[in-house]
Design a protein around this ligand. Structure first.
Ligand code: FAD
Ligand code: SIN
Length: 537
């Protein structure tokens, strides 16, 4: 039974998913599924802003060059050009819907955009809504999507696996016809059929114990796509944000790079500024360089954190420019105007993912991917700050246009069999799931973190292989829960990161190998294209 009939199934209600849904709604009925509440996603927590060429002194070519330089030879120039060029129109559309970016009166000029600065950008080009840009964007978009007669948003509905015609033995060429979902309240699993399915499931920060990401970021889209046989690219490039708050009571709290853009300096705990030793750009170096420098300084002195110091700025300036950060730091007993902020690097963003075009097309007909889950070629080996909201907006929209061009080919309703749970019984061993969660994440932090070695990667591979075997058995024996599904996903994603990292015998961008510190003369992507199961043996 198709209990939620729709033409288009969008898995994920972040910026990419909602942007895609809004444009798709012109063509048919859209169902947006969200694992938890619709606002609980990486997009909501974005602080710094969205990169866009606005200033008359700035150019699209300069933004493209900064993006490609940051990507260390692996960015695709055509993709970069399409996404950088596409931003302006999407931003104007959001403004028409009611979004207000910060504007400021400057030297007699009325109401100019207040453009922020972040690492790796050669110009000020970050549009922001205070320091809660993602929240402002999401609230505007979600209100529009909820009011749209062609869009239904279902919350607490977690995609378990994609359904392909090959898998259900339906005749004809293999294509995606929907997905199985777990209703987190009733714990029922059922299929949703769609002509086209869009993966917009976001990132995977939870594969690591220290992350800026909220709990939803368990790499579900990448894991589901891999299990469905899609190629997965450049998974070794996990971006560690240099400055997450170090405080016993702060969970995943980011201190925006925009703070460094306004002159904050990184200092060791003795008060010594250190970034100039690592890069001429000092504290405004790109994230790969900065996170590695912090890691080096912390390990060299055995320090648990470093400081981000912006005390040279006045309290009124900081309160106005960073109202949310200022208030949050105060709640933790830190006054940004007088106290340096203790920070550590934490897993933040996945540059790799499901191979997809700017129009979301993947290797599987009927399946599209956009936003952080996709690997479009924009980021290469490292992401330029504030380029991912841009990618989510532009590619979310382009994906809808791509689907509109072709979806009628896939209109035939293919019956999907109901979910079979066989002999599975309810588990009374939630403690095992919890334990395995911790084991996967600890192994990833200890062995597949900011600095990697051949030995540590081999060790991680052995650990994750054992854990995946145990999880597979658990998955077969017990009725599934969202915790177990997420555990399976983080373990699958961990395997992909490790195998990609082992393939790259060089240091490039975010992937630093102490055993191979040099960068190879030719830049090449790592692509994993098999199904889990094979790699276990
Ligand atoms: P998300 O916004 O994460 O949305 C993913 C959606 O998928 C969620 O609705 C989730 O519930 C759903 N989902 C996941 N798995 C399933 C499943 N199995 N079933 C059903 N639904 C599922 N980037 C910038 O460019 N500028 C910034 O200033 C910036 N600041 C950031 C600050 C923080 C703290 C963080 C964490 C990230 C920041 N980023 C920033 C990165 C950026 O926010 C994300 O890369 C981007 O928002 C991703 O958008 P998305 O739509 O792809 O994913
Ligand atoms: C930040 O505000 O530092 C995050 C920006 C980003 O991830 O692009």
């Amino acid at each position: 039974m198709n209990r939620h009939p729709c033409d288009f199934l969008v898995i994920g209600s972040g910026l990419a998913g909602l942007t895609c849904a809004m444009a798709l709604a012109r063509h048919g009925r859209v169902l947006v599924a969200s694992k938890v509440d619709a606002l609980e996603c990486n997009s909501f927590y974005a602080q710094g802003g969205i990169a866009c060429v606005i200033d008359p002194g700035d150019t699209v070519e300069a933004h493209m060059q900064d993006t490609l330089d940051t990507g260390c030879g692996l960015g695709d120039p055509e993709t970069v050009q399409r996404i950088v060029r596409g931003g302006y129109e999407r931003i104007a559309e959001l403004e028409q819907l009611g979004l207000e970016f910060e504007r400021r009166k400057r030297k007699g000029k009325e109401n100019e955009y207040d453009l922020g600065q972040e690492g790796g950008h050669s110009h000020r080009r970050i549009l922001h809504a205070g320091d809660i840009t993602g929240q402002a964007m999401m609230q505007v978009l979600l209100a529009q999507a909820r009011a749209h007669p062609n869009i239904r948003i279902l919350e607490n509905l977690m995609a378990v696996d994609l359904v392909t015609t090959g898998w259900i033995r339906h005749p004809g060429p293999n294509r995606c016809v929907g997905a199985y979902f777990l209703d987190r309240h009733s714990e029922e699993i059922f299929p949703i059929h769609a002509a086209c399915t869009v993966l917009a499931t976001g990132g995977l920060g939870k594969v690591y114990p220290y992350t800026s990401n909220p709990d939803i970021a368990t790499g579900d889209g990448v894991a589901m796509a891999w299990r469905a046989g899609l190629p997965i690219r450049n998974m070794e490039f996990v971006q560690f944000h240099p400055t997450c708050l170090y405080h016993p009571h702060a969970k995943s709290f980011l201190i925006s790079e925009a703070v460094r853009g306004e002159g904050a300096e990184l200092k060791d705990i003795r008060g010594q500024a250190f970034m100039q030793e690592f890069d001429d750009r000092g504290s405004l170096a790109t994230r790969d360089v900065t996170a590695r420098a912090i890691d080096f300084v912390m390990k060299k002195h055995g320090d648990p954190f470093v400081y981000l110091d912006i005390t040279h700025r006045s309290e009124p300036f900081l309160r106005e420019r960073f109202p949310n950060l200022y208030a949050a730091c105060l709640r933790y007993g830190i006054n940004m105007a007088t106290d340096p902020i203790p920070v550590v690097p934490a897993a933040h963003y996945s540059c790799g993912g499901v191979v997809a075009g700017v129009d979301g097309a993947t290797a599987l007909p009927g399946l599209y991917a956009c936003g952080e889950v996709a690997s479009t070629g924009l980021h290469g080996a490292n992401r330029l700050a504030s380029n991912s909201l841009l990618e989510a907006l532009v590619c979310g929209h382009e994906t809808a246009l791509g689907i509109a061009r072709t979806w009628k080919e896939y209109r035939e309703i293919v019956p999907i069999p109901g979910w079979k749970c066989g002999e599975a019984v309810s588990s009374d061993e939630a403690v095992v799931v919890e334990h395995n969660w911790n084991e996967v994440r600890t192994a990833m932090w200890d062995y597949v973190g900011i600095v990697r070695t051949d030995r540590r990667l081999a060790r991680a591979r052995a650990r994750i292989r054992n854990l995946r075997q145990e999880i597979k058995q658990y998955y077969g024996d017990y009725l599934v829960t969202s915790d177990l599904l997420e555990l399976r996903n983080i373990a699958d994603v961990a395997e992909l990161i490790i195998r990609s990292a082992e393939q790259r015998k060089e240091s490039r961008g975010l992937h630093f190998m102490a055993d191979h510190p040099e960068t190879a003369p030719d830049a090449a992507d790592t692509v994993i294209h098999d199904r889990p199961g094979g790699p276990l043996t």
